[in-house]
Design a protein around this ligand. Structure first.
Ligand code: FAD
Length: 337
């Protein structure tokens, strides 16, 4: 059992900034995230799009915002648990307890729900019977080295993530095939240069086509593929990595003992606490009068929630408003002195 001061469910921009504000208060936290990486909608839906309304930053790409939030919380060393979700919150002797879908148990006095648009889950391949190979030879998240090294690997998808996955995996495989459905892929010049290098080393081939069916009974042997030209071919495959994007799956809060409105969590705007003791909600998942689903608003909510959590965690201690510019306490917490 892990014990910490606060558990943050969801590592989108608001969950990340929540970890920063808790860190400034001298509080430890764990973050649980469905995706293998942080950033929520910024990372998953629009990483290359510019954002113009982050205070003091005239413009930055959504993916860069994620990177900078990650950088900002490093001094506090929050603990991340990826590729797992939280389905409900239990009460424990000391406060609250969550158990993730990966079986991880964590106890804390406070839980902050920052689940935004919902848990991002990978879009599955629609090829009859292919599910039988999932987590054996078909992977939607990261595949372990044993399924990649010296194997014939097919990476399927049209996104930049699919292209990058094929480039990253190819060197250690026998052969990697990037199989894409769109006639033209959007490939950056540096990606193209790397693809050419790997093609010349016979480590990578790029094929435009779609999977018709999987070949093999108890284990995957290959894929029957229809090319853009309508010709068919058989691709040998030990491992299939699908990068088809993801979509957010709404959380079912009916078992979380929370007051909700249209599946959004009702909060008190003085501290962004929910109707349940010790549980807070920040970012796109909460609702209150005049709520706006903006990153800036989520940052404000996370700041006030952190002050409230600090008051509860350190009863009797005054919780002052300190400035990072002048407070030696905050600067020490930030690892600056
Ligand atoms: C195209 C587009 C452009 C936008 N542009 C702007 C803009 O310019 N300015 C602006 O302010 N806002 C913009 N937004 C809105 C902004 O992205 C959201 O307000 C912001 O992402 C909300 O952050 P969040 O952390 O609350 O939630 P999210 O970003 O949705 O992150 C929630 C995270 O929680 C995870 N999660 C959910 N449920 C669980 C669970 N049960 N267990 C574990 N993990 C879970 C999810 O996988 C996800 O990673 C834009 C949105 C879109 C789609």
């Amino acid at each position: 059992m892990n014990n910490t001061d606060a558990i943050i469910v969801g590592a989108g921009p608001c969950g990340l900034f929540q970890a920063f504000q808790l860190g400034l208060q001298g509080l430890r936290c764990h973050l649980i995230e469905a995706l293998p990486y942080t950033g929520g909608q910024c990372a998953e839906l629009y990483p290359d799009k510019p954002i113009y309304d982050i205070p003091g930053i005239p413009v930055l790409q959504a993916g860069q915002l994620r990177d900078q939030l990650e950088q900002q919380i490093k001094p506090f060393a929050p603990v991340f648990h990826h590729n797992q979700t939280v389905e409900d919150i239990d009460s424990s002797a000391d406060g609250l307890q969550v158990e993730t879908t990966a079986g991880l148990k964590i106890q804390a006095r406070s839980v902050i729900i920052a689940t935004g648009a919902g848990a991002f889950t990978p879009v599955k391949l629609r090829v009859e019977g292919i599910d039988r190979f999932e987590n054996q030879q078909l992977f939607y998240a990261q595949a372990a080295a044993q399924y990649i090294e010296q194997k014939q690997v097919v990476v399927t998808g049209d996104s930049a993530a699919a292209v990058n996955t094929a480039i990253d995996l190819a060197p250690t495989t026998t052969l990697t095939t990037l199989l894409h459905r769109k006639r033209r892929l959007e490939i950056q010049p540096e990606q193209q240069a790397r693809i050419t290098e790997l093609q010349q080393a016979n480590k990578l081939q790029v094929i435009n086509g779609k999977i018709l069916h999987a070949i093999g009974e108890s284990s995957l042997q290959g894929l029957q593929v229809q090319l853009q030209s309508k010709e068919e071919l058989m691709l040998n495959a030990d491992t299939l990595v699908a990068r088809l994007g993801s979509s957010p799956k709404s959380n079912d809060f009916s078992k979380w003992s929370l007051q909700t409105e249209r599946n959004l969590i009702s909060v008190d705007t003085t501290d962004f606490s929910s109707s349940r003791e010790g549980v807070y909600a920040v970012g796109d998942i909460n609702t209150y009068a005049e709520k706006r689903k903006l990153i800036l608003c989520g940052f404000h909510e996370a700041t006030l929630a952190a002050f409230a959590i600090a008051k509860k965690t350190k009863p009797g201690e005054p919780i002052h408003t300190l400035y990072t510019t002048t407070s030696t306490v905050l600067q020490q917490r930030l690892g600056l002195g």
